[in-house]
Design a protein around this ligand. Sequence first.
Ligand code: AGP
Length: 620
Amino acid sequence: MCGIVGYIGRRQAYPILIKGLHRLEYRGYDSAGVALINEAGQLNIYKAKGKVSELESFAADKDINGCIGIAHTRWATHGEPNTQNAHPHYSESERLAIIHNGIIENYAVLKAGLMKEGYTFKSDTDTEVLVQLIEYTQLNKHVDLKTAVQLALQQVIGAYAIAILDKEHPDTLIAARKGSPLVVGIGENEYFLASDATPIIEYTDQVIYIEDEEVVVLKPSATGNQPSDIEITTINNVTKTPEIKRLELSLSQLEKGGYPHFMLKEIFEQPRTLTDSMRGRVNVRQDNIALSGFIDNKDRFLNAKRIIITACGTSWHAGLIAMYAIEEFAQIPVEVEYSSEFRYRKPVINKDDVVIAISQSGETADTLAAIQLAKSKGAFIFSICNVIGASIPRMSDSGCYTHVGPEIGVASTKAFTAQVAALTMLALCIGREKKTISKEQFVSVVRELGQIPQKIERVLEQNTRIADFAKTFTYTQNFIYLGRGYNFPVALEGALKLKEISYIHAEGYPAAEMKHGPIALISQEMPVVVVAPHCGTYEKIVSNIQEIKARKGRVIAVVSEDDVQVRKIADYVIEVPATEECLTPLLTVIPLQLLAYHIAVVKGCDVDQPRNLAKSVTVE
Ligand code: AGP
């Protein structure tokens, strides 16, 4: 998730832009840059890998004058995090400069077309393709910049929020969006632009939220703001009336998108982040899945005698779900290993093994060491990671990024669901190639994958109800979480969420394991969370719940919307929409994330930075 800031007006732009980038640092990034047009009409771009402070050091002795500029913090999606891939990007003639937040899915096709016209590229980014396309359109169709932007964006498939400068028109700042946020701030003879209102709020509370497929032209006049200073059209040049709103949130609230904590914001982001994660991969219209990391390495998977999954914590739970899916759909034996154990226990690793490393941060020391060991034995390493260019993907032979943007809350939520989705896509792709999954089942799961984001929306509608009954457990000391099949790892994940943010002890178990010891613990004082959607072992889990109730246990059940039996015996019921069994974890985990969050909040815990925990465990 990149950060965008723009300014045009009566003041020097640079200080405003840099302060705006600092305001957006909470979004996470790997490089930063700024473009300015000075009084002489020169377009200067400065950019640096790393923190905004690196950019400031680099620009300290440069010409940073100018009353118009754009600035960017990059969260890499296409191309490694480095200076040449950092934004802004020049057009070929260096007349234009662009910054972009989003993913252009058809950038390769557009790039090939421009290369045929003789265009060359300095970076690996989809963004540079866009600015070249805009310049090519401007020069070849002899149109102004706004029209060139409109025409170019009509050819783009994907998500974008862009801002663009033309050094031949230093009185005009143009921006556009689709799928990525963009806000205009209205000052006195000056305009601000940003990905969200945090860089704007200290200058003005008058804002315009740009809508999808809208292009905005900002052109302050010397005689005070006129309505004509702001022109908004669609990419098809339909004029829109600017709708000015007043900001009511504090800076801190804005950084969290209006939510009280990053964790709740990230739980509620999951419909969008899963959509982003499946963008360009799941094609429901064509009943198809395209995972480039798999396509380029098909044989390694098809010839694998075994798949070893190595990860830690929540990522390990995602790996456990993958074991069920890969063995069901691809019929390849899977072993799921804690990285910390795998790296030290002298495991037998063969050259035809495929090792899948799962890591949100891409920097977990034990997982990195585990794949170094596997690589040294000749295994093929495939990583599922959220941070482009992190150590684990760099160490891997191939992989699949989850593209959920920075996950700020220490307790992983949106990364987990994206990991599960990516691993399910992988299992389906392998099964289709091996013909170990029927076409009907493949199509059915792909179509259901496309429905999951809105089904998660329906689960999130129960947030208030979950918050209400979470208060009941403020002083509870112990929980047990139970699940079967695909939802056994969900029980483990739910227990971990509760432990790590509320400090309440919780254990996850396969539901059938109760009889082998844990049932001795059942009492009124220890609630039991049972993940019991309709699936192959539903009747068995109903019996498990009855055993608990017979011993006066309290049951919180996660059930399918059309459930009848469990809702008669459970004390609390949270419903999830019906879906394919292999996809139920994407829905059943949501209530458990919310339950852990609300219990932690009611206990007054530091939800985003729980005690003793780090977001990325880069030490052993
Ligand atoms: C999850 O909520 C925890 N923060 C933790 O278990 C985490 O999943 C684990 O440390 C692995 O991190 P990674 O995915 O970045 O490798």
